[in-house]
Ligand binder design. Structure first.
Ligand SMILES: Cc1ncc(COP(=O)(O)O)c(C=O)c1O
Length: 459
């Protein structure tokens, strides 16, 4: 019998949420053009759209907010945050930014020095892919094939296929590879972790061919906890020790702090030792993010983040967090719902290709299932599949994603196991009437990151 840990915190403040009727939800969805991103949040009962910036801060973080130094330049809060990031990563250079994509926008064009270069990743997250392409480069994904077999256990489905990575380096020529990006955990593959052993091998490749290695580490602490739980050589290591070894293997850390930083907004760039890159990044930060000692963040945001980064590495918190995700995954799996197995770190990923084989990829089976789960119980989830992937930048054809997921992301320190029971029941009801679900077509589609603003109709 599987066991699940209780939260290592108690509730000090609450926020009301309200259930709506099915009729009200039908009206809300119609007005949102069948795109859950366009719903007002009061129309949502349990919001599993994302775990990004949606978690609860601790009393210590709320206390720290009051200590923010709002100086434009040289804020005390900047130095406090810089020191915490240095302690965690060992990296010498630090620049705050408003969120993860700000870090991508500042750094990736500096690495893509000529048009037509390549970034190789285990899997690019959607904003990362967008910034790679906006920088005139191409994004290549080389995740291990085991990741595509959702029913078979593999402890590190987020790993890079190192042979495929090296083949790509050689076929595209090392001098044309702008960077290798390890997304940890691998969000688009189901929040799946990367092992330390795999990271070591990728790092060896990066060194061999003199390519910068980046960690896209929005969920680096969850990844470190998985390493402790699943990698034999690391069971006795402390989580911060594992995280430090992860960073020891890379050169650049791009962080969306809205995840494992336990804050509602924030991000940063950390660079090990490349001073020229740091200087160039500071120059780009000024026009896009702000002066380099605030980078789009208020002093109080930096204070809350400094505390959140340390809390985010605490083992009891991480164990409970991973347990909540595993709890929902197990409930769905026991009911016969096809989910990425084992559970990832921040979300449960339901395979909608398997649920709705009658809906073609360019009619978005994931979106069809997400909308139905919303109608069923007011639970908001998100499609991570062909809708999110978008079109080929050259041919403008719809790209077919290897996965058509409904992602149920669990915000940190926010919902209880009872909420997750409601979610599981809603997904099971939709599963029972899966054959009746219909695909969607565009009424409006934006050229980049279309899923955020698309207006859609049922076929
Ligand atoms: C792996 C990964 N990288 C980058 C980002 C972008 O971060 P942000 O949303 O803070 O811009 C995200 C956001 O979800 C992510 O999951």
């Amino acid at each position: 019998m599987e066991t699940f840990s209780a939260p290592p915190y108690r509730i000090k403040m609450v926020e009301a949420i309200k259930q709506t009727t099915r009729k009200e939800r039908e009206e809300y969805l119609r007005k949102a053009y069948n795109n859950l991103f366009l719903l007002p949040s009061e129309a949502v009962y349990i919001d599993l759209l994302t775990d990004s910036g949606t978690g609860a801060m601790s009393d210590a973080q709320w206390g720290a907010l009051m200590q923010g130094d709002e100086a434009y330049a040289g804020s005390r809060s900047f130095y406090r945050l810089r020191d915490v990031v240095h302690k965690i990563t060992g990296y010498h250079y630090f620049i705050p930014v408003h969120q993860g994509r700000g870090a991508e926008h500042v750094v990736l064009p500096l690495l893509a020095k000529r048009p037509g270069m390549y970034f190789i990743s285990n899997m690019h997250f959607d904003t990362t892919r967008a910034h790679v392409e906006l920088a005139g480069a191409h994004a290549i994904d080389c995740v291990i094939p085991e990741c595509r077999d959702i029913h078979t256990y593999h402890p590190f489905k987020g790993n890079m296929d190192t042979a495929a990575c090296e083949e790509n380096i050689l076929s595209k020529k090392p001098e044309n590879i702008a960077g290798i990006i390890m997304t940890m955990t691998n969000n688009s593959a189901g929040g799946q972790p990367v092992s330390l052993e795999n990271l070591r091998s990728v790092s060896a490749l990066a060194k061999k061919y003199r390519i910068p290695l980046l960690i896209d580490g929005a969920r680096y602490a969850e990844n470190a906890c998985f390493i402790k739980q699943r990698e034999a050589a690391c069971h006795s290591m402390a989580i911060p020790e594992i995280a430090r070894e992860m960073f020891d293997h890379a050169d650049i850390f791009l962080m969306s702090a809205k995840k494992d930083g336990l804050v509602n907004i924030g991000g940063f760039i950390a660079i090990r030792e490349d001073e020229a890159l740091f200087r160039a990044a500071q120059v780009r930060t000024v026009p896009y993010e702000g002066f380099p000692t605030y980078g789009g963040l208020a002093g109080r945001d930096m204070e809350a983040l400094a505390v959140g980064l340390e809390e985010g590495l605490e083992e009891p918190f991480l164990v409970h967090r991973l347990d909540q995700v595993r709890y929902l995954c197990t409930s769905l799996r026991d009911a016969g719902i096809p989910v990425q197995y084992p559970a990832g770190g921040h979300a449960v990923f339901v395979d909608c290709k398997e649920i709705c084989p009658h809906i073609p990829f360019d009619r978005f089976p994931g979106q069809a299932v997400c909308n139905e789960v919303y109608l069923e119980a007011g639970v908001r989830t998100v499609e991570v599949g062909s809708l999110l992937l978008g079109r080929d930048p050259e041919t403008r054809e719809n790209l077919q994603s290897p996965f058509e997921w409904m992602r149920l992301s669990i915000p940190r320190r926010t919902y209880t196991y009872a909420h997750l029971d409601i979610v599981a029941r809603a997904v099971c009801s939709v599963y029972e009437r899966r054959h009746a679900l219909k695909g969607l077509v565009f009424e409006y589609e934006s050229p980049v990151l279309r899923h955020f603003t698309a207006r859609m109709n049922y076929e």
